[in-house]
Design a protein around this ligand. Structure first.
Ligand code: SF4
Length: 74
């Protein structure tokens, strides 16, 4: 039996606007541009092969735990 492999992120992998969000069950790639520009979706469909918003500078650090834009506030 083969397990599903994660989708390659394409351009987002090296983009300064990507952020990795990890939940207990999964991991998502969040586009920070979506916060200020409705032309971008919060969680782009991967792999992204072309994007006018791409800017080099992606980091390969520790993923964030959860999405601070969702859930409780206060
Ligand atoms: S701006 Fe484009 S390439 Fe960069 S994270 Fe968003 S969707 Fe991906």
């Amino acid at each position: 039996m083969n397990l599903p492999t994660p989708r390659p992120p394409g351009l987002c992998e090296g983009c300064a606007h990507r952020r990795i969000v990890r939940t207990p069950r999964s991991e998502f790639l969040l586009c920070e541009r979506s916060k200020h520009d409705p032309a971008y979706v919060r969680y782009p469909r991967l792999p992204v092969l072309a994007c006018p918003g791409f800017e080099p500078g992606g980091q390969t650090g520790t993923p964030d735990q959860g999405d601070p834009d969702r859930g409780s506030r206060g």
